[in-house]
Design a protein around this ligand. Structure first.
Ligand code: GUN
Ligand code: ZN
Length: 433
């Protein structure tokens, strides 16, 4: 008989989508339990009842802490780990000044392995159990991240970033080599254990139409893969795209015309969208990835969460490390709240939590496996201490319900709020800092 583990604590799950049914879609238990068997959630319910029903289970009591699905970061650049929080630039200058020189180092597989391990340990310490990450143009950078994820048992999605123009010599591939290298990496890694390959043209300014077409063809050959890119992040960038693609109706059309618009598409930022783009994104069921700390840090603009939600867009939440200024999905939820406030809309804590877990899992088309507490889901979990600092604890002490108790951690919490992280039911040991 396989071993059972019973986690006790408060639990938070979702029976529906709180973006539309708020907060009724949330399921909270103050004395809950999560039963784990063979790396999956076998049952979620009342802690005492589960204990009685499974007397042989090993019990781990998390007390008053909140057991949640682990966070899902739907857009990040692991190679930018060491240049996070670099001062003073906007998108294109930031890429040229900080990002491209750093990414040039990832042809060295030792360096790539070093940063990949460092990055995954940092996000696990922040309660993130799944990420969709860009790598660099170097195949070795993809191998390094997948090797590191496999060693930790993480479900991640990642791909080789493709660029064949407007980047330094050290960071350019070609249309053909982007296709060949992406295909070889896809065949090597996609579906290996918990790993998924993501076809990854960086963004239209750094790809020729030929490269976009080649990657569109690869996606058509592997429609079960995700495809990730950037869309309408800054106004200067959009003007540049229009000058590089004079035939295109809009930014999205540069992807659409080359076979790079589809339901498995992940479009990072998506801030300054035109009506046609919004309609096409909704129609195709593509995912828009909100990167709030990045959008304020690089000065990009205010994502229209309320408007896009009301159009039925599929939306995920992400750090966008290292354009984003944090590895923490708590900090990312706080920034999403602040941006929505600037647009006159208050996101409920249930909505923020859903975006960081089930919503991002749905964006990555992994909602049947991760992002929620429910029987059959993989037991990737974050356990949250709702009183992790004196400042948070004194506020939480006054809380009348879960949402009041949780919101101070969303707004002020960091990795100290992560009491434990579990991957497929196994507690993750904290890496030595
Ligand atoms: N657009 C193209 N590349 C990038 C990147 O690395 N970060 C951000 N924030 N935007 C981009
Ligand atoms: Zn990005």
């Amino acid at each position: 008989m396989s071993e059972k583990t019973l986690l006790l604590g408060q639990t938070l799950a979702f029976a529906g989508d709180p973006m539309t049914e708020c907060p009724q879609a949330a399921r909270h238990s103050t004395h809950g339990g999560v039963l784990i068997e063979n790396g999956r959630i076998a049952a979620v319910g009342d802690g005492a009842d589960l204990r009685k029903a499974h007397p042989g289970a090993r019990v781990i009591d998390h007390g008053q802490a909140l057991i949640s699905a682990g966070f899902v970061d739907a857009h990040a650049h692991y190679p930018q780990t060491a240049i996070i929080a670099s001062w003073g630039k906007r998108l294109i200058d930031w890429l040229n000044t900080y990002t491209f020189p750093e990414e040039s180092r990832f042809g060295d597989s030792g360096y790539a392995a070093d940063i990949a391990g460092r990055y995954l340990d940092l996000i696990l310490a922040n309660g993130t159990t799944t990420v969709a990450s860009y790598c660099t143009i170097h195949p070795a950078s993809v191998d390094a991240l997948f090797d590191a994820a496999q060693a930790r048992g993480m479900r991640i999605a990642a791909g080789k970033t493709c660029m064949d123009r407007n980047a330094p010599d050290t960071l350019r591939d070609t249309a053909q080599s982007a296709y060949d290298d992406s295909k070889a990496l896809l065949e090597k890694w996609h579906g290996q254990g918990r790993l998924s390959y993501v076809i990854t043209p960086r963004f239209s300014p750094t790809s020729t139409p030929e490269q976009l077409s080649a990657l569109g063809a690869l996606w058509a050959e592997h429609p079960d893969c995700l495809m990730q890119t950037h869309l309408s992040e800054q106004l200067d960038e959009i003007a540049w795209v229009k000058s590089l693609y004079p035939q295109a109706r809009d930014y999205l059309d540069t992807y659409e015309a080359h076979g790079l618009l589809g339901p498995g598409g992940l479009y990072g930022h998506a801030i300054h969208l035109e009506p046609r783009e919004r309609a096409r994104l909704a129609e195709t069921g593509a995912a828009l990835i909100h990167c709030p700390t990045s959008n304020t840090f690089i000065g990009s603009g205010l994502f229209d969460m309320a408007g896009l939600t009301s159009e039925g867009q599929r939306i995920g939440l992400a750090t966008d490390t290292g354009g984003g200024s944090s590895f923490s999905m708590l900090r990312t939820m706080a920034a999403a709240y602040e941006i929505a406030q600037l647009r006159g809309h208050a996101l409920h804590p249930a909505q923020l939590w859903w975006l960081a877990t089930a919503g991002s899992a749905r964006a990555l088309r992994m909602q049947d496996r991760i992002g929620n507490l429910a029987p059959g889901m993989e037991a990737d979990l974050a356990v949250i201490d709702l009183a992790s600092t004196p400042a948070i604890a004194q506020r939480t002490a006054r809380a009348d319900d879960l949402w009041e108790a949780l919101f101070p951690t969303i707004m002020m919490g960091d990795d100290r709020a992560i009491a434990a992280t579990y991957l497929a039911g196994q507690a993750v040991a904290r890496a030595k800092g």
